[in-house]
Design a protein around this ligand. Structure first.
Ligand code: FPP
Length: 258
């Protein structure tokens, strides 16, 4: 029983365990209103707070948000500085709430490029939430999936060279345990806002079996109602993982009879 699922008319058994979102369209949202691009990012942070709270309340296990890509370092210096300022502000402001709400916070990506004070804020929040048991909130920052995969390859090679692992033992599980998302449930649902039909180097390995959702809404307009609408659509998808529909029906029946 989950009263939030009841409230939103969602079947808790048909919810994704792990949702990944490419939060796109902040700049266009601001430009449409003749505002500086940073106001779009600012509004975007408010949506991060709203959607994180919703996912936690619904009992979704993990939410991974693409906040800043490897490629975003190429943006104008003032926009990069503005986004980093927002992140600083967000972590400081939300630290207490994230800890109290039982959220497990994690940043994935290449944090070496981040400024030392931001790294400090992140590490502090990660440490203070490591024993929490609720929603995994995973922020992809200075992140690119191809680099993540390469980092994992290096880790696996190191283990082989140190004789901690045999080449024959390398399988999907060993590899996944070397990715930044190690320990998170499999990605079930991918969402991209703003109408772009690309995955843009986000969670490429983890996307293997995810259900894909592309929506025209701009991220600053992405509210709980829209998230629930997509979750309802997700719950209607048939996820076969290579099986046939008949096999799935049989499996459901067997589970019901057990
Ligand atoms: C994409 O919109 C958005 C970004 C590159 C930044 C997203 C960052 C935030 C929402 C703030 C920080 C996040 C957290 C977790 C606190 P865009 O600028 O590419 O929009 P456009 O395509 O319309 O120009």
């Amino acid at each position: 029983m989950n009263s939030y699922c009841d409230k939103w008319n969602l079947n808790p058994l048909k919810l994704p365990r792990h949702v990944g979102i490419v939060m796109d369209g902040n700049g266009r949202w601001a430009t449409k209103r003749m505002l500086p691009r940073i106001s779009g990012h600012h509004k975007g942070v408010e949506r991060v707070q709203e959607i994180t709270e919703l996912c936690g309340n619904l009992g979704i296990e993990a939410l991974t948000l693409f906040a800043f890509s490897d490629e975003n370092w190429r943006r104008p210096e003032d926009e990069v500085g503005g986004i980093m300022g927002l992140l600083r502000w967000y972590i400081r402001k939300e630290h207490k709430r994230i800890v109290e709400k039982n959220v497990q916070f994690r940043v994935i990506g290449d944090r070496a490029k981040l400024s030392p004070d931001i790294i400090g804020l992140i590490e502090n929040l990660e440490k203070n939430t490591e024993k929490n048991t609720g929603l995994h909130l995973c922020v992809a920052l200075s992140y690119g999936a191809q680099r993540e995969i390469l980092r994992a390859v290096h880790k696996v090679i190191n283990k082989v060279q140190n004789s901690e692992l045999n080449i024959d033992e390398i399988d999907e599980k060993i590899f996944e345990d070397s990715l930044d998302t190690q320990g998170l449930p499999p990605l079930d649902m991918f969402i991209r806002t703003s109408g772009e039909l690309r995955v843009s180097n986000f969670l490429l390995w983890q996307l293997a079996y995810a259900e894909l959702f592309f929506d025209n809404i701009l991220w600053p307009d992405f509210d709980s109602l829209k998230m629930v609408e997509l979750l309802q659509m997700y719950s209607l998808r048939e996820r076969r993982f290579g099986r046939t529909s008949e096999q799935l029906a049989e499996k459901t029946l067997n589970m019901a009879l057990r």
